[in-house]
Design a binder for this molecule. Structure first.
Ligand SMILES: Nc1ncnc2c1ncn2[C@@H]1O[C@H](COP(=O)(O)OP(=O)(O)O)[C@@H](O)[C@H]1O
Ligand SMILES: [Mg+2]
Length: 371
């Protein structure tokens, strides 16, 4: 991501508290012009609240939100260049599709001829040309959602906010709409801030993903950055599958850390950790290597517990001495004898080290607050 990109939405130290429920905690987030940014997290983690604050429907308890360098609270909702699409379509049932899409332009007193041109163009864009005279009740769920999107885009907002817009659609239609929405966003070059709890949807559509957990931003990055280098234990387990080992640095030598976990120990190249620091190590199942012989620098012995073919993928489960299970995934490969001994290892760079001090600290602060 280049440094010169123009910032369009800027959240600084944003907090939202409802009663004694601290829903969004010290959120700093910059969104660039023309990007597709997704807020991803489990239900209740504060995604909708964040989006509603950007839309100006909800006032932050603390912090500031700027759109194009201007505090959004200096503007009335209708003056803002931000539009929203919700999961429920909220179309006007008594208006036909043309009038539904034209509504915003009529309110702005745009000339009739221009309205016609823009509505026609927008309906073509969402592949609903020829549906002008129909009423919402005569459309499928997917078509209704396309109308809602056309209606939101017709005013050419700088930023479009979408709150789980495909949540009500069945899986097949959802997948198709994901691709269409992404195509539309690229074509119009409008900034999308998209909310979903579906990691696959986020990975498919986004330029960058912002992962939240319990109101706290965990990591912002491209889909591959987040998958390859999870910043927190939460991200490592929330996105895809991983093997997570909790351990401690027991020595540092020549740029390598000696790390001990319960069932054994190993060396990893890294400088960014202190001696005796607690950490977590994440190794994706497809990066986990095994050998029938002990491997230098690793003392991770286990036994093969299970091997399952899932389509073309071979999944192997190895049990370590403390009973923990390690997942290994291969496209094809030689099966290992069940019950046989294996030694686990990985290439430098395939083990991602995660600071866990913050987890411990956050827990401690929460304990103090609760008292
Ligand atoms: N208007 C409100 N009043 C009180 N609590 C709210 C309100 N809106 C949301 N919440 C609470 O804030 C938390 C986050 O909600 P929300 O932002 O809707 O989560 P998400 O969209 O990630 O599922 C939840 O605990 C929810 O109950
Ligand atoms: Mg929500």
């Amino acid at each position: 991501m280049s440094e010169e990109r123009k910032v369009i939405v800027d959240l600084k130290g944003v907090n939202k508290i409802y009663g004694n429920n601290h829903v969004v905690k010290d959120l700093d987030l910059v969104i660039y012009e023309g990007e597709f940014l997704t807020l991803l997290g489990s239900s209740g983690c504060g995604k909708t609240t964040t989006l509603r604050m950007v839309a100006g429907f909800e006032e932050p308890t603390g912090g500031t939100i700027q759109v194009e360098g201007e505090d959004i609270h200096n503007k009335e909702p209708y003056e803002r260049d931000v539009n929203t699409v919700f999961q429920s379509y909220a179309l006007f049932p008594h208006m036909n599709i043309y009038d539904n899409v034209a509504y915003g332009l009529k309110m702005k007193k745009v000339k009739k001829a221009e309205i016609k041109e823009r509505v026609t163009e927008m309906l073509d864009m969402v592949q609903l040309g020829g549906f002008e005279k129909r009423y919402p009740s005569q459309l499928s769920g997917g078509q209704k959602q396309r109308v809602a999107i056309a209606r939101a885009l017709i005013n050419k907002p700088k930023v479009l906010l979408l709150d789980e817009p495909l949540g009500a659609l069945d899986l097949k239609l959802r997948k198709q709409m994901q691709l269409e929405l992404k195509r539309l966003q690229r074509k119009l070059h409008i900034t999308f801030i998209y909310v979903t709890h579906d990691q696959e949807e986020a990975l498919t559509m986004s330029d960058r993903i912002c992962i939240m957990n319990d109101g706290v931003l965990q990591q912002v990055g491209t889909p591959s950055e987040i998958y390859e280098s999870p910043a927190t234990r939460f991200v490592a387990t929330f996105i895809g599958e991983t093997n997570l080992f909790d351990g401690m640095v027991t020595a540092k030598e020549n740029g390598r850390l000696h790390i001990s976990i319960e069932p054994g120990d190993f060396y990893v190249p890294d400088e960014d950790f202190a001696n005796h620091e607690m950490l977590a190590v994440s190794v994706r199942p497809e990066r986990m290597l095994y050998s029938a012989e002990p491997v230098e620098g690793f003392h991770l012995a286990g036994t093969v517990k299970e091997q399952i073919y899932v389509g073309s993928v071979l999944k192997t489960v190895v049990e370590l001495s403390n009973g923990n299970e390690v997942k290994i995934e291969r496209l094809a490969g030689q099966e290992l004898p069940k019950g046989g001994s294996v030694y686990l290892y990985w290439k430098d760079g395939d083990a991602k080290l995660i600071h866990t001090f913050d987890d411990v600290f956050a827990g401690a602060v929460e304990d103090i607050v609760m008292q």
